[in-house]
Design a protein around this ligand. Structure first.
Ligand SMILES: [Zn+2]
Length: 471
């Protein structure tokens, strides 16, 4: 595949006020097979008492040792460092046994793509100290075989070096080694660094960039800016289904990451009409939520993806309303008499996720309408999210779903978010989206929106506004 790449020329240089002189230094020498690594980690000050990885890393990591030759024991997910140790460096070997069969259906994993490019989950191999203040940041230098490029979620210093925030070990992140150099998509000052792994039949690298740019522009049009200044985007091929993007997820470890599996013969047209990328990007409009409130975590992006796709011009307002209506309808149908909160506790069971995702989306739709109606269109849900971004968004910290909603209420100077949750999520079986549509003067016939007076109500027009996106 021919890559249109301005990687070397337009590399974003060190835009990290918060990152300087990290006290922890990694050097990672990558073998020609891309599956073996020699790693060293050196500390400017005291050695930590332990280094951690995930509980599967013992399969890959071996020969953890000090300069003296003393070998340290790796137990499940950690290595203890003797307090008597005076040397400041630790060395170890990594030999991946990447998956290559079947399709990925979870978070980050170590996987061989098309027999040549490698995805790694950093939890599988990067031994890290606890992220307390002494070890809050690190620098990492990769020594790569010729013609191989590295992608990571950290702030890039040059082609092979990064400075990273040492986020919690259980926050996933991906490092990928590939034959094609990454490309940069810049949106209003945010850099999305795109690595394409494996081969695609139809979409070119330029098509992929187009897709990412257009999706990011739609998401940027929601708050007036893209929610994160640097995003690692990884695209890998999928052969197993007929869905355009059969699987995608985000990572927050060390920075923002989006990993998409794309049907190998997908066309640009199909990519643009797929909701997955705007959905994943919208996840970054709010911080990591640690309370398992999937109705918030998934509901907000499920609502917002419809607004951003209209703003980026890939679907019409009419189609977006139809998609929302169909989604709410199927979400409600799949509730089986449970509230959204109850369905969330049964989320592993088949079907309940529809109820939870769309229940959350209907809740945020209702809040958006409430806020707009109350202010006669002067304030929107997006304004409140934007305010939240300015005052309270912390990229590397988790909050609870309850805290997010109460913060949104404080910014709104009302109690709509918390009150709405207790009614629509915890008491009723599903938010009453039909009444919300009625309040906008809308009905649906054959899944298509019909406006009462023949013309759309101003609030409805404002919600699905294709303007606000200058190009
Ligand atoms: Zn999602």
């Amino acid at each position: 595949m021919k890559i249109i790449c301005f990687f070397v020329l337009s590399l974003p240089l060190l835009a990290f006020a918060e990152l300087k002189n990290p006290p922890v230094h990694y050097t990672v020498s990558v073998g020609d097979d891309l599956q073996s690594l020699d790693v060293s980690v050196c500390f400017d000050y005291a050695l930590p008492s332990s280094l951690f990885a995930n509980d599967g890393s013992g399969t890959f990591v071996s020969n953890i040792r000090l300069k003296t030759g003393t070998v340290l024991d790796f137990k499940i997910d950690r290595v203890k460092i003797p307090t008597t140790e005076t040397d400041r460096c630790i060395f170890y070997d990594v030999l991946f046994q990447p998956r290559y069969r079947g399709e990925q259906r979870g978070g980050a994993e170590t996987r061989l793509i098309d027999g040549r490019d490698i995805l790694t989950s950093i939890g599988d191999w990067l031994l890290r100290p606890n992220p307390d203040p002494d070890y809050a940041q690190f620098d990492i230098k990769f020594i790569m075989p010729i013609g191989i490029y590295v992608s990571a979620p950290w702030v890039r210093v040059d082609e092979t070096s990064f400075i990273g925030v040492n986020t919690a070990v259980d926050w996933e992140a991906i490092v990928a080694f590939s034959r094609e150099p990454p490309g940069i998509v810049n949106i209003k000052g945010s850099n999305l660094e795109v690595s394409i792994l494996g081969d695609f039949d139809r979409a070119t690298a330029a098509d992929m960039s187009h897709w990412i740019r257009q999706s990011a522009e739609g998401v940027s049009a929601l708050m007036g800016f893209f929610p994160r200044s640097r995003v690692q985007v990884i695209i890998s091929p999928s052969d197993r289904t007929n869905t355009t993007v059969p699987w995608a997820y985000i990572t927050r470890g060390g920075g923002a990451g989006i990993h998409l599996f794309v049907k190998r013969d997908a066309s640009l047209e199909q990519l643009l009409r797929d909701y997955s990328l705007p959905h994943e990007m919208s996840h970054f409009m709010f911080p990591h939520i640690n309370s398992g409130d999937y109705w918030i975590i998934e509901g907000l992006p499920t609502y917002l993806q419809h607004l951003s796709m209209v703003r980026s011009g890939v679907i019409t307002p009419q189609e977006s309303w139809s998609r929302l209506y169909r989604g709410f309808f199927s979400g409600k149908q799949s509730g089986r008499g449970y509230t959204v909160a109850e369905s969330m506790r049964r989320l592993a069971r088949r079907g309940t996720y529809l109820h939870v995702y769309w229940g959350g989306a209907a809740y945020f739709f209702q809040r958006d309408v409430d806020i707009r109606v109350q202010s006669q269109g002067a304030v929107t849900l997006l304004d409140i999210l934007s305010k939240y971004h300015d005052c309270c968004y912390e990229k590397h910290r988790s909050i609870s779903g309850e805290k997010l909603l109460s913060d949104l209420d404080v910014l709104l100077e009302d109690d709509l978010f918390i009150r709405g949750k207790s009614v629509e999520i915890e008491s009723d079986k599903f938010p009453d989206f039909k009444s919300t549509f009625e309040s906008l003067g809308m009905q649906f016939l054959g899944g298509k929106p019909i406006f009462e007076d023949g013309i759309a109500n101003e609030i409805a027009v404002q919600i699905m506004n294709p303007v606000g996106f200058g190009r």
